[in-house]
Structure formats: structure tokens, C-alpha cells
Design a protein around this ligand. Sequence first.
Ligand code: PLP
Ligand code: COI
Length: 355
Amino acid sequence: MIVQDTRIEIEKTTNSRLPHTDVNNCPFGKVFSDHMLEMDFIDGKWSKAYIKPYQDLVLSPATMVFHYGQAIFEGMKAYHLEDGGVGLFRPEDNIKRMNVSAHRMSMPEIPEDIFFEGLKTLIDLDKGWIPTNADSSLYIRPVMIASDDFIGVKASKNYKFLIFTSPANAYYTEPVKVKIETNFSRACKGGTGFAKAAGNYAASLYPATLARKDGYDQLIWTDSETHSHVEEAGTMNVMFVINGKLLTPPSSETILDSITRKSVVTLAEQMGIPVEERGITVAELMESIHNGTLDEAFGAGTAATIAPISLIGFEGKDYQLADPKTWKISTKLLKELNDIRIGKKEDVNNWLVRI
Ligand code: PLP
Ligand code: COI
């Protein structure tokens, strides 16, 4: 049972949309649950957190986030557990990463305890919105924006923090076709690539749109200086099985520190799969395609879970990979991860947080 924190005030909806929503059939990102959490940073401190009916925001056209883009967000998921409870997967890691992003974007950190309590209270209140079918979950989106009405260029003084949730099917319903991007860059040394900052996504949209016109779903970004090393994809980190070994670039200044990727690395090590976290060159990846040693390729992310890559495009040529249904390692890792997330498998790493 959630004991209500006195720093959180709740106004429940009197007009729930749940009876008219088929939570098991919601495409990713389109349907939003009954309640949201809102908390403002005003005059140097965080106000009380309010959980209230999901609603629009009223903001002045001068609100700083619209102009200079101080906006950060997170993504996590809530699941029904086998024993009838509700679980979150490693939420403390998302809370910590939100504050890493806040620091880089000159925004105030959110006290971890109030973030955590607010999150748990919100999910408990809207647990009826958590889908029950295997490929779905309740996607949780915390977001913080600059809220001053001012159009001079500086860090805002005031901020708005929100958490809202969305019942959602898998982000990718089919294996993903990716293009290795060697012209545009997502992140650079000294930049904001490691932060979950809205601007990183904004800057990626034009190159992603060009790639989409050519039939790709996503880009695999490469380092901005030499375009010789694989970094990550637009919505997930990347992992490859070459010669039976699981390879993945480690998180860095230019790669988001994916909670899914690091969980997969831990699970693979615990399952006895050889793992190497190291730089991977595009040349090495292409060589593995040419000599037939690339066994599997996939993305790892909260929304994406483990998303098999079916095709890799590079320098105008497409390379079709073997049928992902035949892949052993990623299939095993996805099952292990899912079983832990729903409490079917013993959580030896203490990743699951019960609501
Ligand atoms: N990389 C990017 C750019 C992302 O947007 C995401 C999604 O959160 C990831 C990687 C995967 O991170 P996580 O596994 O923590 O969701
Ligand atoms: C996530 O996986 O949670 C993400 O934030 C990726 C994407 C939906 C932006």
C-alpha cells in the first residue's frame, strides 16, 4: 500500500476515461492515463507536488522552453507482476539520469525522494491503465521544462516538472532497418549527447527524415569527428553479436547511458555469454557482415526493449541480415529481461521496485 507523502496533494478525476479505453490496444505514445503529476521550481525551491487529472498546460508564448530549449525527459515502464503486484524496472536509475541531464542543461535537480514517491503514487493511482498483454506496458514520461516568461538568453529561474503515463504497445512492432549515418552527427565531445535533452532529438529529426525517405526506420549514429565508430541509434543503444561475442559501445559523453543496455550486459555476463563493452568501428562491423560473422544486431532501450535489426544500410548499399527469428542470444536476453520485469524470474540484481 502506498502511504501518501504529505508533500503530494491529490485531486482525483471525476470523469475517468479508463472505461472507454482498451489499454491493451494502444499504439505507442498516443493515449494518456487519467492523472499527471505537476511540480514547479519557483524562487529557488521545489513546490508541493500535485497529482491531478491529465490536462493541457497554459503557457505564455514567452515561456523560455519554446525559445532556448531547456527541456529534458525520461522514459520508464510499469508492468503487472506475476503475483498480482505492480513493478517498475530500475526507476532509481532513471531518476539519477534525469538529474544528470538537469545538471548539464543548467536546470535544477529534482530531489530523488520526492520524484520517487510522486512516481509511485501516480502509478498506484492509475494502475488500472497498465496493460495486461505481454508486449504492452504503461510507459512513464517524466519531463522538465524552463518556465520563465522571458526572452533574453540565459538559464530560466523557474521550471515545471511533470510526470504522465501512457498505456503502450511495443515501440517497434517489426525488426528495424537502420542506416549508418556518416554525414550528420547526433552528439559531439563537450556536447549534450549523454543527456536526455529534447534538443538532441530535435537535431536528429532532419537526418532521420532523410533516411526514412530511403526506407530506413532509424539511424545508427557515428562519432562526429571521424564517423568511423558506431555510437547509438536515435531511440536506443546498439549491440552486436559477432562470432558469438556480444559487443556494444560503452556509454560515454556522446552516448546516452541506457539502462536497458547495461541490464542486458549484466544479464549476458550472468548467463555466461562473452561480452565486450568497447569501441566498435564501422569497418569492423562491415567486415563482420562481409565475412558472415555478424550473427545478430539489435537495439536496447526502454521503449524499444530489444529491437532486432533486420537490415543495415551503409554508403548507399543495403545489407540484409539473417532472419531475427533464428537468433539465439538476443531472443534469450529479451526473454530473461522480460521475465525479470514481470517478476517471473528471480530478480537477483534487485532491479524491480514494487509499487
Ligand atoms: N539512446 C537514446 C538516444 C534513447 O532515447 C534511449 C531511450 O531512452 C536509449 C538510448 C535507451 O535508454 P534506456 O535503456 O535507458 O531507455
Ligand atoms: C525511451 O525508450 O524511453 C525513449 O525515451 C525513447 C524514445 C521514445 C524517445
